[in-house]
Ligand binder design. Structure first.
Ligand code: ZN
Ligand code: FE
Length: 256
């Protein structure tokens, strides 16, 4: 199995997984980079996995489905303008011979889902759309802070070796914010240097792993005393774990 991040738009990644013959793609907001990769590698598109309804994740679905006949999976609680197999938390979607466990992760959108498989060529794999980013999390467009915190808790509980396939290359900006929240976090400083090197070489910083994210991502660390204290110094409203998380998200929204 090979995993490839296809760049699209300014900073999206369309994740392509293939076995040398059949392929699946996650959140194809644009059909062109997927068509090019399928042609170049001689692959047949078998499945399309959609995490949420935003156009930068769904814009290429109709064209790819029309051209290839691929089966489309998507979140049962969202509207996607294509026929698709509706999934909710606890369902298992079969694609490329792999069972993908569906996890409900509302927050960025109301019905956002993530796809997890425990063993893809020897390691767990997570497609989390715009819920978890390396060093950050998605904006709360439709959900509440309590929902997003619970969604991130569900993802954070997956194995440390899980490869985290996020839908955007936001890592360097996120890590600048993370360093402002936790200036004393050495794992974070190390990871930031590593990611700066990757970007300087034009390479993706993704996939990350859950082990790394638990050590460096302030949105998975909002209950750590250092993070809680930093947030409280910014916002008097930050009292319990949900209001601390909400204030952390708010701080990031205004961080430059
Ligand atoms: Zn989105
Ligand atoms: Fe997006």
């Amino acid at each position: 199995m090979e995993l490839i991040a296809l760049p699209a738009f300014d900073d999206n990644y369309l994740w392509l997984l293939h076995d040398g013959r059949d392929a699946l793609v996650v959140d194809p907001g644009d059909a062109a980079p997927v068509r090019d990769a399928l042609g170049r590698l001689g692959l047949k598109l078998q499945s399309i996995l959609v995490t949420h309804h935003h156009a930068d994740h769904t814009g290429g679905v109709a064209e790819l489905r029309g051209a290839t006949g691929a089966q489309v999976f998507g979140p049962a609680r969202e509207r996607i303008h294509e026929p698709f197999i509706p999934l909710r938390g606890g369902d298992v979607a079969r694609a490329l011979g792999i069972g993908w466990r569906v996890i409900d992760v509302p927050g960025h959108t109301a019905g956002h889902i993530a796809y997890f498989a425990g063993d893809v060529a020897g390691a767990p794999l997570l497609f989390c759309g715009d819920t978890l980013f390396s060093g950050g999390c998605g904006r709360l467009f439709e959900g509440t802070p309590a929902q997003m915190l619970a969604s991130l808790d569900a993802l954070a509980a997956l194995p440390a070796a899980t490869r985290v396939c996020c839908a955007h290359e936001y890592t360097l900006g996120n890590l600048r914010f993370a360093a402002a929240v936790e200036p004393g976090n050495e794992a974070l400083a190390d990871h930031a240097r590593h990611c700066q090197d990757l970007r300087a070489q034009g390479r993706p910083t993704l996939p990350s792993t859950l082990g790394i994210e638990r050590a460096i991502n302030p949105f998975l660390r909002s209950r750590e005393p250092a993070v809680t204290q930093a947030v409280r110094a910014q916002a008097a409203t930050a009292t319990d774990e949900v209001t601390v998380f909400a204030a952390l998200r708010e701080w990031k929204n205004h961080f430059r």
